[in-house]
Ligand binder design. Sequence first.
Ligand SMILES: [Zn+2]
Length: 274
Amino acid sequence: MIIDSHCHAGKGDGLTGPWDTAAPLGKYLHRAEAAQIDRTVLFAAFHSDYAVANREVARIVASNPRRFYGFAFVHALHDRGHVFNLIKTAVQRYGFCGIKVHRYDARITREICAAARAFALPVLYDVMGEVSIIELLATEYPDVNFIIPHLGSFADDWKAQQACIDPLARHANIYTDTSGIRRFDLLEQAVDRAGAHKILFGSDGPWLHPGVELAKVYVLNLSATDRALMLSDNFLRLIAGVKTQPIGLVQRPIGSLHAQRVMADPWVMDQSSA
Ligand SMILES: [Zn+2]
């Protein structure tokens, strides 16, 4: 079985580029079928109201629930104080099985991590090159699984991707996906050092071609077992424990202000503002 663990769907409400405008699945589904991709994980494009965007993704997932999984997109700032309820709706009403957060919106917060913990959901967090956060996520939330897509940078930031491999290899709860990784040697190194059990096949469809992205996994020349881990087993393992009834104490949202501050080391002078 092949599961594409990273694909966008639905309309954005922006008009900047495809990422916040529209993620139509028409061509994607033909391409995925030709590449023998069986199932796809869907989440929204950038949107100013993720309650609306998640509902649209839920409709698409519901149109073919054997073909699609859904992740709830949340905005760490706009949704602060409401993350738990957004996630609860997504899990209980939509049957979603993960959370998507993008640093372009705002940095991930404890509020989001606590909600992920309560429902035992994996969190796909695009760090946009800010790989230092991975160490904190891994150690503060060792019981939450994080997927850091694109090996930490969709923008081919070699330094960031290189630096992402170390925490990927050291922390059991840190994963990455193959989507958009262009420097093949880095992907190969990630597999060698962290292991195939830490890397998920994802395409970043519909904007990237799922067949092209899938080809990268095949040319890694993995054992059949390792290939199966990347193509589906890792993802299935990550969502196997999802709880529709939250576990543990539901924390008051804490630390949500963190997302709007410029994250700086107070002892290091910011050269740009000096
Ligand atoms: Zn994406």
